[in-house]
Design a protein around this ligand. Structure first.
Ligand SMILES: Nc1ncnc2c1ncn2[C@@H]1O[C@H](COP(=O)(O)OP(=O)(O)O)[C@@H](O)[C@H]1O
Ligand SMILES: [Mg+2]
Length: 610
């Protein structure tokens, strides 16, 4: 074999193999170039989802005839003025996109600089470069890519169906558009306009939120918390969805580093860590986060498509993200997303108009229930707080149904405004608390709500390092598989810190001597088994602290007022007041809402009163 340098076209095709994977990657490179050229308006049009042709038009700075000729050469770039790879403030810098695309497709570039007398064009077909010729174009740059992969047909076979390819392309544009709300984007194909995002002026954060609403949906914009944190010269801004606005996939988590959309597993991990005790493991929140970091702290040159970055101190970035998200989430208090109420209202169906009695054959009778255990131990008295419905007497045979009290007095109404969750009016099915607020009703899931309260208290006492434990009169022996016992025993110190004292008891059992006092009387065996399952699931992905909190979540679930427990009016109000004062109380540990709020206005609409 002869050792030789490869011809240029072959070199470019090899580069294209990395950079140009599918129509979406062509669109990405061209739109990035338009953005770097200072465009305010970028139009993309696709034929046959980009296989047949991709046209990208911009109103940016354009190129002179000489620049045009140079732009399609390998390693030609205008973006590294002093060859400093550590100081990159443009999306491009590799000088590879145009020659790569030109080597595998037919690339026609027309361009005109502002104030120039003429426009110029240049065609590159399968790596063969033509002559720069006069062209007609009012301003900016128009790039047309036809017959993608005609020169490397093997690549065509890897393309997926139209829907998938167009989906990839739209995804690329959405990401770039989220980073640059000051640029208008439009995408069209044979079916018409596929995406249209108008540019907006004004304060960056407002403009950004509007763009996010257009891209991620109104629900996100309405139910997102503002993120703004800074540490050691690194700044994080953006929006994080309330936990109750969760999804089955983590696709809607976006990270931008110095204006560049990136896919970084660090984000997924950090988001998981931050929401970890607010969501079930198979549910994911929506976030859009913008990191501004000194260029020297991040290497953007690690991936040919520039979609990944490497942080000099990944732990620091992760810490900033987790901290900022948690801070915002804790500040959200009991807020649950408005989508919950909308979903609830959507689920209501108007009655048939038939008398209810003839439908059911009998009137409503409260069902008999379990014993009325005193819950005052659970709800520590709130100092100096008279709950607004303290006057509400319990009524009905079971003593658990707080009867409706007639119209609100003025005094109650005042009280109400300062108590967003209102005054408890009734407990239904021994599971739901119905409360009246100044402008609507609130339905609380008592188990979910109490679980959250217990968890937040455990976390607080853990943070203060003063976890109260309670000895068991009879130590409880829990039998489990040997592996499960080992997992639990390996964490015995962490459990002790949480108030759960365990000892090994032969190969297939552990003995429990103390449990966290907050849990009250609890099913100790079930608790330890669940914890063993947790440990098996969690693995090493989470930090120690996050793991402890996950474990707290499981414990809290065990220590909570189960559904099916009767509560009296005072207990119900105490629960509502505590929810108002507890961080994250809008959702249980699994991301389900703890309460639903229906505004009077919406209820009136249900009955056709509006
Ligand atoms: N739409 C455009 N408007 C103005 N100049 C452009 C445009 N697209 C490409 N160029 C010029 O062509 C050069 C090469 O582009 P490219 O191959 O994508 O490499 P890079 O973007 O890494 O510099 C750019 O540096 C820029 O000077
Ligand atoms: Mg480029």
């Amino acid at each position: 074999m002869t050792l030789r340098l490869l011809p240029e076209t072959t070199v470019n095709r090899i580069a294209a193999g990395e950079v140009v994977e599918r129509p979406a990657s062509v669109v990405k490179e061209l739109v990035e170039n338009a953005t770097d050229a200072g465009a305010r308006r970028i139009e993309i049009s696709l034929a046959d989802s980009g296989r047949n042709s991709i046209v990208v038009t911009d109103d940016g700075s354009g190129m002179s005839a000489d620049e045009l000729s140079l732009a399609v050469e390998r390693h030609a770039t205008s973006k590294l003025p002093d060859d400093d790879l550590l100081q990159i403030d443009s999306l491009g810098f590799r000088g590879e996109a145009l020659p790569s695309i030109g080597s595998v497709a037919r690339l026609l570039i027309a361009s005109r600089q502002p104030g120039a007398d003429a426009a110029w064009e240049l065609l590159v077909e399968g790596g063969r470069k033509g002559q720069v010729k006069p062209s007609s174009l009012a301003r900016g740059t128009r790039i047309e890519v036809r017959d993608l992969f005609f020169a490397t047909p093997a690549r065509l076979k890897f393309l997926k169906g139209d829907r998938t390819e167009t989906g990839h392309t739209l995804d690329v544009i959405r990401r770039l558009a989220m980073a640059r709300p000051d640029i208008a984007f439009s995408v069209s194909d044979e079916r018409g306009k596929r995406l249209r995002l108008e540019e907006a002026d004004g304060d960056l954060l407002d403009v950004r939120l509007r763009r996010l609403a257009d891209v991620m949906g109104r629900d996100f914009a309405d139910n997102a918390l503002v993120i703004d944190a800074e540490r050691d010269g690194i700044r994080l801004t953006g929006y994080a969805g309330l936990p109750t606005l969760n999804q089955a996939y983590s696709r809607s988590q976006y990270l931008f580093v110095n204006g560049r959309p990136v896919r970084d597993p660090l984000l997924t991990g950090a988001v998981r860590g931050a929401y970890q005790d607010l969501l079930a493991r198979n549910r994911h929140p929506m976030v859009a986060l913008y990191l501004e970091i000194p260029p020297r702290e991040v290497d953007v040159n690690v991936h040919p498509m520039k979609t990944e970055v490497r942080f000099r101190d990944a732990g620091q970035v992760r810490g900033l993200i987790v901290g900022a998200l948690r801070h915002a989430l804790a500040g959200a208090g009991h807020r649950a997303s408005t989508t919950v109420a909308a979903q609830t209202l959507g689920a209501f169906r108007p009655g048939t108009g038939m008398p209810l009695l003839s439908q059911t054959g009998r009137g409503y009778r409260p069902s008999g229930g379990s014993g009325n255990a005193a819950l005052s131990d659970y709800y520590a008295p709130l100092s100096g707080m008279e709950t607004p419905s303290a006057r509400v007497e319990t009524g009905g045979e079971g003593g658990h149904l707080a009867e409706a009290q007639g119209p609100y007095s003025a005094a109650e109404q005042d009280a109400d405004e300062s108590y967003p969750l209102g005054a408890a009016r009734a407990q239904l099915h021994e599971t739901y608390i119905v409360a009246q607020t100044s402008n609507g009703i609130v339905i609380v899931d008592q188990h979910a709500a109490h679980e959250r309260l217990v968890l937040e208290r455990m976390k607080a006492s853990m943070a203060r390092g003063e976890v109260k434990r309670q000895g068991l009169l009879l130590p409880e022996v829990v039998e489990m598989e040997e592996a499960a016992c080992e997992r639990v025993m390996a964490r015995v110190d962490e459990f002790a810190e949480l108030g759960l004292t365990l000892e090994a008891f032969g190969p297939g059992a552990v003995v429990v001597r103390e449990v966290p006092a907050l849990l009250g009387t609890t099913d100790v065996v079930g608790l330890v088994r669940d914890l063993a399952d947790d440990l098996a699931d969690l693995g090493e992905g989470l930090t120690l602290k996050e793991r402890l909190e996950e474990v707290c979540g499981t414990m809290a679930c065990h220590g909570s007022v189960r559904a099916g427990r009767r509560l009296n009016a005072q207990e119900m109000d105490a629960l509502l007041r505590q929810m108002e004062q507890t961080p994250n109380s809008g959702q249980c540990n699994h991301g389900r809402p703890t309460y639903v709020e229906l505004r009077l206005e919406d209820i009136e609409r249900l009955f056709g009163r509006r």
